[in-house]
Design a binder for this molecule. Structure first.
Ligand SMILES: [Zn+2]
Length: 429
């Protein structure tokens, strides 16, 4: 178990005033730290040095966050490839392997380095929310094998002086018993699992508000998270901690509780939202890939492409923090098309189509017509369905969900699309 941090040490991990600098001060602060981080990364990591060499750039050419876009983005696939060529960490590791706290493995496989920096980033997320607290009994009900979900949070809770029950993700009925018998105040689980535990508690005759001591659960990380967040808050009166991070880089953004979206965690990293094709930084509300440069003395990843698509806003937030906010994760890079300047993600199309149970299968097809995008939606429906009424309703729904009007809606007989699993068919290339 890690040593519990004292009050001064906790204050050093999380300084709220630092997060409330003016946007201009924040930018300067970030630029200064980035410049230093890049100098360090080029010295300590051969992979970063080679990245600069092959771009024909000197470390000193990165002075600001804006300068980063001159460097290539390293995707997850690139990283997996680099690690295969030069195991285990592809030339990024800046310290001896034996000095690391943890090595996690994410699909690929990709090896992920976890040191005190990531643990403190997780701790900062808890401190911002105010939960869990010193002396709390906490059920960590996320998986403990390979990835950082279970052990990563446990490491942070240890530093706060919490009592951890490493419950893992399973045995719902036993989880209810643990919550009740141990008077646990926090349940750290993926939201749908937390909901399953609470529903089981009710099924067993418990009143969650009255019979349990539960105060705090986690949101985020799942497609239906926003809906569940409301239920946790309104039905059960719980505080919901929400944030965005990945198994590769750890927590990188957090919800302040005062507005939608996740503030960039400037202490942990530099966040960019970039065009997936060109790597150039995008403006507010434009959808692009989340790209992370870690502030790390251990594993200095530079411009790591998470594979997640998102947009951001720099509108002032009621909480007074100046870091921009990621406004929702829209899906994964590679499962989208850009048509008429609008990103359409496979998940958004599925969401629109889910409103119409009579649709058996569908495919959105994008073609070029005299150098212009043309978009047709092919849908399979059983005979007898009123196609004239369905077509405009489907088109309205598409515009509601992803702001794009179909040029044509074509009805196909049942079975016509059965040979294809393609939902977004880009026929322009
Ligand atoms: Zn805020």
């Amino acid at each position: 178990m890690h040593r519990v941090l004292n009050r001064e040490e906790l204050l050093a991990v999380y300084d709220e005033q630092l997060e409330k600098m003016s946007p201009r001060e924040r930018q300067q602060h970030l630029d200064r730290r980035l410049e230093k981080q890049i100098r360090f990364a080029c010295k300590a990591s051969s992979a970063v040095r080679e990245m600069f060499d092959s771009a024909g750039m000197a470390p000193s050419s990165i002075r600001t966050v804006k300068d980063l876009e001159r460097l290539p983005v390293t995707t997850r696939d690139d990283l997996a490839e680099m690690q295969r060529a030069r195991p285990p960490f592809g030339g990024f590791l800046a310290v001896p392997l034996g000095s690391l706290d943890r090595v996690y493995v994410s699909p690929g496989p990709v090896y992920n380095v976890w040191g005190p920096e990531r643990t403190l980033a997780q701790l900062r997320t808890f401190l911002r929310l105010g939960y869990p607290r010193f002396g709390d009994v906490v059920l960590v009900s996320t998986p403990f094998h390979m990835g950082p979900a279970g052990l990563g949070m446990t490491d942070a809770l240890d530093r706060m002086g919490c009592t951890v029950v490493p419950a893992g993700a399973g045995q719902v009925e036993l989880q209810v018993k643990l919550l009740h018998d141990l008077r646990a105040t926090a349940l750290l689980a993926f939201p749908s699992f937390a909901m399953a535990v609470l529903e089981k508690a009710e099924e067993l005759g418990y009143d969650v508000r009255r019979d349990l001591n539960l105060r705090f659960v986690l949101g985020g990380g799942e497609r239906n998270a926003q809906h569940l967040k409301k239920v946790f808050e309104e039905k059960y009166g719980l505080v919901v901690g929400d944030g965005y991070g990945t198994g590769d880089v750890g927590p990188v953004a957090y919800c302040c509780g005062r507005a939608e979206g996740y503030h960039y965690d400037d202490e942990a990293c530099v966040v960019e939202i970039v065009d997936p094709d060109t790597g150039k930084q995008l403006g507010p509300q434009e959808v692009g890939q989340v790209v992370i440069t870690l502030f790390s003395g251990i594993y200095p990843l530079v411009r790591f492409g998470t594979g997640d698509l998102a947009s951001f806003t720099d509108e002032p937030c009621r909480c007074g923090r100046s870091a921009p906010r990621i406004t929702g994760i829209k899906g994964m890079v590679g499962q989208h098309v850009r048509v008429k300047g609008i990103f359409v993600h496979q998940g958004e199309l599925a969401e629109a189509m889910a409103s119409f149970p009579q649709i058996i299968k569908y495919q959105m097809q994008v073609t070029l017509e005299e150098h212009k995008d043309r978009v047709a939606l092919k849908i399979e429906v059983p005979s007898g369905v009123d196609r004239e009424a369905l077509a405009p309703a489907v088109n309205r729904r598409c515009q509601d969900v992803f702001k794009l009007r179909m040029d044509e809606i074509e009805f196909l007989p049942e079975g016509a699309l059965s040979g294809s699993t393609e939902r977004l068919a880009d026929r322009r290339w």
